[in-house]
Design a protein around this ligand. Sequence first.
Ligand code: RET
Length: 240
Amino acid sequence: MTSFILAAIKAMPADDYVGFTFFVGCMAMMAASAFFFFSINMVEGKWKTSLLISGLITFIAAVHYYYMRDYWAELGESPTFFRYVDWTLTVPLMCVEFYLILKAAGAKTGLLWKLIWASVVMLVTGYLGEAVYTTGNGPAVWGLFSGIAYFYIVYLIMFGEAKALADKSSASVQRAHSILCKFVLIGWGIYPLGYMIGTDGWYDFVDGIGLNMDVVYNIGDAINKIGFGLVIYSLAVSKD
Ligand SMILES: *C/C=C(C)/C=C/C=C(C)/C=C/C1=C(C)CCCC1(C)C
């Protein structure tokens, strides 16, 4: 028993607030997965796939958080590799979620593939800046490439194809589309901030806000994976 407690203390010192967010993140992702999976049978047919995917996203994240929490506790370093593996699996799934919402407005799979490709470019270039070319201008240059791919996604959703489709759709689809815009612009916009905190570059002034990169990423994940899933759930159970 004592050794169990000691192991827990070692894994989670009380002043390790970064570790704490990994720990809470893991629990929250697990709880959210259970919630989304159990909700599948309570919503109309066309929403079932969306809830299934929400549950898969939080479940994949829960497993990665379990490892990231350990990694951080053992090494005190950012678990960059697990982080990007997680995103590489969950971000394309989020693109599928966006597509499913826009499908009601007549979206074609071409839009889905554009979103997926852009998100892969965004993540691969982000990884290069965060883990491979970490000195000199490396992070800023690769971060810029990543940012361009990100803004292409923002463009597709807010002004491009998705917007054109939403404009000629029902009020409920338009409402869903406007929620989507907020998540892509504000929710996803949290991550570049974490990147600027965690890597060296001309933007080092943002370090002054005193947050840790992983804490920012963990907050972003909670908002975008759990928060977005809950929005889908509420759209699915709303009557209009
Ligand atoms: C569940 C995980 C999600 C929704 C992750 C999203 C990640 C991003 C939108 C990351 C974006 C980045 C940039 C726009 C520039 C700097 C590098 C990244 C990869 C942090």
